[in-house]
Design a protein around this ligand. Structure first.
Ligand code: FES
Length: 108
């Protein structure tokens, strides 16, 4: 079972933009698309680590601001001739709230 954390109002995430947060020590970008869907990816491009949160959202993809590799928001995979994948993070919308899966902690 997934434990969810309320992280933001949906309206606080800019249309075709993103917000970032620290997810158990990992930087995560929450994206909002033109059709009001939300996706979450680790905020590191699989090419050379660029900040995907600063990229431009086109449809259900984001273009990395460093070298323009396009990343599919649903899978984290590079699109086209590029390769690599950044991890996705479970996220969902509940009305005007956005919830993200609680980070998994290693057993002590
Ligand atoms: S670091 Fe993202 S395209 Fe190069």
């Amino acid at each position: 079972m997934t434990d969810w954390i309320d992280i933001a109002a949906f309206s606080d995430i800019p249309l075709r933009g993103s917000r970032t947060l620290d997810w158990g020590g990992t930087p995560v970008a929450i994206f909002r698309t033109h059709d009001d869907e939300v996706f979450a990816l680790v905020d590191r491009c699989p090419h050379k680590g660029g900040p995907l949160s600063q990229g431009i959202v086109h449809g259900h993809a984001v273009a990395c601001p460093l070298h323009n590799v396009r990343i599919a928001l649903a899978t984290g995979a590079a699109i086209g001739d590029d390769s690599g994948c950044t991890p996705t993070v479970p996220v969902r919308r509940d009305g005007d709230r956005v919830l993200i899966a609680m980070p998994v902690r290693a057993a002590a």
